[in-house]
Design a protein around this ligand. Sequence first.
Ligand code: FAD
Length: 506
Amino acid sequence: MPSSLDSGPDQTINYDAIVIGSGIGGLVTATQLAAKGANVLVLERYLIPGGSAGYFERSGYRFDVGASMIFGFGDRGTTNLLTRALAAVDQHLETFPDPVQIHYHLPQNLDLKVHRDYEKFLQELISLFPYERRGIRQFYDTCWQIFNSLNSMELLSLEELGYLARSFWQHPGSCFRLLQYLPRNVGDYARRYIKDPILLKFIDMECYCWSVVPAAQTPMINAGMVFSDRHYGGVNYPKGGVGQIALKLVEGLEASGSQIRYRSRVNKIVLEQGTAVGVQLATGETYRGQQIISNATRWDTFGHLVDEVPPAEAKWRQRYTKSPSFLSLHLGVKAEALPTNLDCHHILLNNWDEIAEPGATVFVSIPTLLDPSLAPPGHHIVHAFTPSWVKDWQVRSQTQYNAQKQAAAQKLISRLQQIIPNLDQHIHHMEVGTPRTHRRFLGRQDGTYGPIPSRQLWGLVGMPFNRTAIPGLYCVGDSTFPGQGLNAVAFSGFACAHRVAKDLKL
Ligand SMILES: Cc1cc2nc3c(=O)[nH]c(=O)nc-3n(C[C@H](O)[C@H](O)[C@H](O)COP(=O)(O)OP(=O)(O)OC[C@H]3O[C@@H](n4cnc5c(N)ncnc54)[C@H](O)[C@@H]3O)c2cc1C
C-alpha cells in the first residue's frame, strides 16, 4: 500500500500544479513537472495509483486491472516513454521481454503469431498470403517510416512553438513525413497495398485490438508506433505486475518533493474570472494551484468538474464518441490447465462480421507465463476481456446483476477453452468486472475504454492537445493526443508537462 495514504497536503500552499487523477497520463505529467522543480499535488479518488493501469490482489494473486501488453519499455530511441518517464525521477523497472506480441486465433482458421522478430512475423504472414508478399512488405514498411521519424526526435508538446521550430530545424525530413501521415488512416494504406479481403480483415483486427475501431478509422501515426515498436523496443512486462509502473512513478514523485493524496475525489475545478485556480474535493477541502491538470476523461471533466462545455469541447464530442467498456474475467487457475508453449497474449474471434460486437472479440493475457510471482506456486492468472456496453448492465436487483455476471463469465470461459481445454475444471479463483465496475473503480464515464471516431476523420488531426478553452486548465490522458494505451498517455504526459512548464516559466 502506498506510504502517503495518510499524509495530508497543506491547504494554504499555492501549488505550481495540481493534477486530478493518478493514471499514467497524470503521473507522467506530475513527475516530469516535479523533476523540473515544480511543487505538484496529485489528487486521486481511489486507494492506489494507476487507474486503468492499476492492480488488485485476491487469494494470493495480483491481477492487472486492464493494461498488460506494455509498449514503451525499450532501451533505445526516443519512443520508450515509460523507461524515460521513470528515469526522469531516478526510477527503473525490471521487465520480461515477450517473444510474441499476440497469438491470433481468427476466423477461417487464420492462426498466426506476431513475433518480436519483424522478419519472422512477416515470413509467417507471407506464408499464409504468398500472393500478397509485396503488399505486406509495403504496408508494414510504411509503418516503419512513421516510427523511425517519431523515434528520431524528442516527443514533446506540439503546442510549444520553440519546440516545433527546433524539431523542424533539426529533423526536417522526419517532421514533413509525420505531417504527411497525420491526416491519414490505416485503411488508406492497407487498401493501397493489399487486395486480399481476408488479409484486409486481418489488418482490421491488427488495428481493432488496440484502437477498438477498424483500419479505416485508425490513425496511421498510432499504427506506425504500434506496428513497429513491437519489433523495436518490443512488448515487455514489468516485474511485479503493471501496477508497479504507477507505484514507481509515485515513489519518484515523492522523492522529488511533490505529493500524492489518495481517497481524494475532486468534485469541482474552482474558476476565478474564468481561469482555473484550484480544486474542491468531495469533502469540501480546497487546494489552490497555478495550473490545474485533469487526468479524468474529457467527458468527466467538462460538464462535471467544470460546469461548462466550451464550444471546442462540444465540437470534439461530435467528432469522437465513447467506445464501449469491457467485460473482464480475472481467473486464478491451476498450472496443469495450461498447454505447453502457450503465449502470453491472445485474440480470439469466430466471425469477421462480428469483430466489434460485444462478446465477439476476446482479448486474453496470461502474465504469469512471464512473471510467475503474480500467482501462488503452481497457479497462473488468466485475464480475458471483451467489449461490453454499460447500457446492457442496467439490471433491477443485485441478484439479477450477479446472475448476469455469472452467465457472461461462463460464456467467456467456454470461449477460452479454444486455447485452454478443460479450463472450467481448473479454476481456483474468479473475479468478474463489468462496465459498471470500470465506471465505479476507474471513474470513467460509462466505463469507456476511451474516445473513438464517430465517423471517418482525418487521422489524428481532430485529437486535442493538452491546453483547453479554460485558461489554467489542461487535460492529459487518453482523451488527448495521441489517444489510448500506456505509451500513448505517457506521450500525452510528456507533452502536457512540457507545455505547463513553459507556462510556469520553469
Ligand atoms: C481492460 C483494459 C485493457 C487494456 N489493455 C491495454 C494494454 O494491454 N496495453 C496498453 O498500453 N493499454 C491498455 N489499455 C489502455 C490503457 O490502460 C489506458 O489507455 C490508460 O491506462 C489510460 O490512462 P489515463 O492516464 O488516460 O487515465 P486512467 O487510467 O483512466 O486514470 C485516470 C485516474 O484519474 C482518477 N480520477 C478520475 N476522476 C477523478 C476525480 N474527479 N478526482 C480524483 N481522481 C480522479 C481515476 O481514479 C484514475 O486513477 C487497457 C485498458 C483497459 C480498460
